[in-house]
Structure formats: structure tokens, C-alpha cells
Ligand binder design. Sequence first.
Ligand code: PLP
Length: 365
Amino acid sequence: MTESATKIAPSPRARVQAMMEYHPPLGCRDALRLDFNENTLACSPKVREALGRISAGSLTRYPEREPVEALIAARLGVAPAQLALTNGVDEAIHVLFEAFLDAGDELLLPVPTYTMYEVYASATDARVVSVLADESLQFPSERLLAGITPRTKIIAIANPNSPSGSAATRAQLLEIAARAPHAVMLVDEAYFHFHGETVLDLIGEIPNLIVARTFSKAYGLAGLRLGLLAGPVELMRWVRRVLSPYSVNSLALACLPPALEDAAYVDWYVGEVLAARTEFEAALDQAKVRRWPSRANFVLIEIGARHKEFTRLMSAAGVLVRDRSSDPGCDGRVRITIGTREQMRQAAAALNETLARLETNGGAQ
Ligand SMILES: Cc1ncc(COP(=O)(O)O)c(C=O)c1O
């Protein structure tokens, strides 16, 4: 490129220039992927059948989300106008922040938490106000309440939270919503199925509550990119203004009804994960690895200074895990997704082998 071409290159907004690109780690596909909190097995066979029925001709048409939205709204007990399907919860977060965060506004976040809140907030002119959890990594309810100001515009709470696995109680959430009536309270229930507690029933009743759900976790549809936002009609209509009408593609829309119908599959998968979590936690305790109590399909563990080497050795042993050391308050901590019992026995064997190797080769980094 010539010098003059560089000079006249269009420049993005200052906020975008200050942003980092976010590249999720790529893993070798043969390994056991315990680094994304996905379903580690498969989606329902009913979804696979639905995929098989999709004709090439149907792909010529733009997707129609509204009939599917009506169906899922009925299933979740909300009105269609209270619900919007999105291209994963990531898009839900993006459009919500786009719709509500202005210059001078504050996004209040308990941290550590899901990375994308901060990524999408950094593209707006709002300020991120982070409230650090203490060593227990429990939901910092009191500190969060103290962090509410007249400028707080959104409070984003992953419940259960990632990477800690901890959860806020319904009473804590209700108090926060009541103390910040001028702010949207987003409760991101991506891991709802493993936790079993929800505030979705309060949609409409609490005027500033919006709930997000994903089909990427228990349903095993992360590749289809399906999420949703549910909230009062008065808030959802602003969200809809920024939401692309076609961001949920027709394959995803075709797969959603059979995925929802096959509740037995999701129940089975969740039961399997919870049994595996109990077994894996016992294996961690036996190996004397510190862990944080989890309400989700992953567990955060303490590895210490050699977290990088641990993650590398686990990967060499065929198990991908996620080093969370760069998250606030998480130095030396690694998150491991819980899969099936069989997979977690493999993970526990790799973990024991890796810990033994770390011990025998002393302090070598
Ligand atoms: C708390 C939380 N919310 C949302 C997401 C992303 O969901 P989706 O795949 O629907 O974009 C994740 C993914 O890890 C998550 O941990």
C-alpha cells in the first residue's frame, strides 16, 4: 500500500480502534473439547431428522422467524411480543447493548464473568463498571448493589455465572432489579438447564427484567447459533429495532421446534452431566485440587503458577480445557467443561497424569 493510500484509509470510531479482536481458541478437533461448555455429545436425534428434511429449494427463501417465535413463546409461557429469537445469546447481548448503552451510561458487571459482555460494551460509548467477587467467587450481591448509580443503564448477570459456576439467588436478583428501576437487568440463563432455577416467570411482572437463554449448551446446538431474549414488551420493542430480521437462519428455525419437543433428550443429557459432575468433583477432591462449587456444566479449578503448562499437557493428553488466568481474580485457574461420565473419567485420568508429570518435572515451565 502506498503512503498516500494509508493516509486516506477510512478510520472507524475511536472506540472500535481501541478494541481488541476476539479470537476464541481453536482446538484440534480429535481431542475431547472441554473448553467451551458445549454439549459434548450431540443434539437430539429429532433435530438431525429435521435437518435431513430441509430441501435445497427452501434455502432460496429468507427465514421467517415469527412463527417459530410464537411457538417458543407459548412453550416458555410468555407472549410473542415479549420474546425475540437471536443468533445466539451473543447477538442478544450485542443488540441489547446497542439499543440501550449511550455515552455516559454505565454497564454494571459482576466479574469474573462471560467475556462478551465487555467486548460488546467496548464497542459502545458506555463505561464498564466491574464489581470483583471475593475469593469465594460467590455472587457479589452487596457490592453490586453498592455499584448502582443514576448512570447505571444495564446490569448484566450470568446466572449461573461463567467461569465461576456460582449462582445468584432469586431474592438477590429481585433486590437488584428493585434498586435499579432505571436500568435494564439482563439475567443470562445460558446454563439454566444445569441449575434448574429461573426468573423467566417474572417477565412482564418486573418492568426492567430481561432474560436470555441459549440453545448452545444443554440442547447441543452451538453451531446453529440460537438464543433468545425475553422481556417486557416496552423494552423488547427497542431491541427489535436493532435486531436484524434475518439473523436467525432457516436451518436454525427448522431445528428449533423438534429440539424443544424432545424435552426427554435434554433431561437425559442434563442428568448425565450432573452425575458426571459429582463424579469428577470427587476425582478432583481425591487429587487435592481446589475447586469452586458449580451450578453449571463446568467446574473451575486452581492450578496455580503452572496453569499454562497444565493446559498444554492436558491438550497433549487429548483433553482441551480453558485457562481462565486472564479473567479478573482468576490467575492460575482453569475451567473444565463437564461432559458425560465416560468422558469425564477420561478427563480425570488425563488430569491425574498431567498433575503427576508436573510434579516429576519440578518447576520446569
Ligand atoms: C454466560 C454465557 N452467555 C452466553 C454464552 C453464549 O451463548 P451463545 O452460544 O448462545 O451465543 C455463553 C457461552 O459460553 C455463556 O457462557
